[in-house]
Design a protein around this ligand. Structure first.
Ligand code: PXL
Length: 276
């Protein structure tokens, strides 16, 4: 059985970070270990969020795992809340990142703005972790903060290709931008492979609503598909299709959640798409 470890927070309500990464990757048939970085009552789009930091547990958890000789096929980091947690993620990569795929989803911003609690200094520090990854998967906003360039709502293919090249200069092998859209009604992912100097893109029909947590579902699916032996390109396609399906299933329900998607009832679609 393939194994992965993911390091991110647990937002008790909100359908993001660990509460999607764990079920999605488990459903894909991957034994998924977790490093919970913090416990929040909800994700940070709600007001009055409670927050309990778990940073002090991270190094002892990894020390124990080293004594046990655990090995993983993938290491995937998501939402990290402090400089110290970025350092812990680097240690995770150093100690458990040999012979496995290392994915960094630099969760910190969307729609042109940093999430509550994040700063430009944090974005700057995140570039170092990105440099240690095989694959990074920011959205357009996160890419602009990583590169310290102004966020553009409208852009063309040339601009996206330039951003991708600059992202791989941080040191990762591949960068994939999510939520890329050149024309209304179409959205997808655009990737660059530094080693082969090749681009890849994939688009689907854009659903009518936007939700939180879809980036986490995208990255979890990418990770799961890669661990299960899909090519990078196919893994990107499956991730795009599954996120689209999650949104589609969500908005069909009257009075549906606004804070997260119905990824649960779209799991059969994911497994069909995976050929599982
Ligand atoms: O989906 C990213 C995410 C993860 N974790 C927490 C968040 C967010 C986005 O806002 O607030 C706590």
């Amino acid at each position: 059985m393939k194994k992965a470890v993911t390091m991110q927070d647990i937002s008790c309500v909100g359908k993001c970070s660990l509460t999607v990464a764990l079920p999605v990757m488990s459903a894909m048939g991957i034994e998924t270990a977790v490093i919970p970085t913090a416990v929040l009552s909800t994700h940070t789009m709600f007001k009055g969020v409670t927050f309990h930091d778990l940073t002090a547990e991270i190094i002892p958890i990894m020390e124990h795992w080293k004594r046990e000789g655990f090995h993983f096929d993938a290491v995937y980091t998501g939402y990290l809340g402090s400089f110290e947690q970025l350092d812990c993620a680097e240690i995770l990569f150093r100690d458990f990142g040999q012979d496995c795929v290392k994915i960094v989803d630099p969760c910190m911003a969307d729609n042109g703005k940093l999430y509550t609690g994040f700063t430009m200094e944090f974005a700057q520090a995140m570039t170092r972790l990105c440099g240690k990854a095989d694959i990074i998967c920011p959205n357009m906003t996160e890419a602009s903060f990583l590169l310290d360039t102004p966020y553009k709502e409208k852009y063309n293919e040339e601009y996206v290709r330039d951003v991708l090249k600059k992202l791989t200069v941080l040191g990762c092998r591949k960068a994939v931008l999510t939520g890329v859209s050149f024309e209304e009604g179409q959205v997808g992912a655009y990737a660059y492979d530094r080693e082969n100097d090749t681009y890849f893109c994939y688009f689907t029909e854009e659903e009518k609503e936007h939700f939180h947590g879809t980036g986490d579902i995208w990255a979890s699916t990418l990770c799961g598909a890669l661990v299960n032996g899909k090519s990078f390109e196919e893994a990107c396609e499956i991730a795009c299709d599954y996120v689209r399906e999650c949104i589609h299933v969500t908005i069909q329900e009257e009075g549906h959640n606004l804070y997260g998607v119905n990824f649960e009832q779209a799991i059969p679609y994911l497994l069909m798409r995976m050929g599982q």
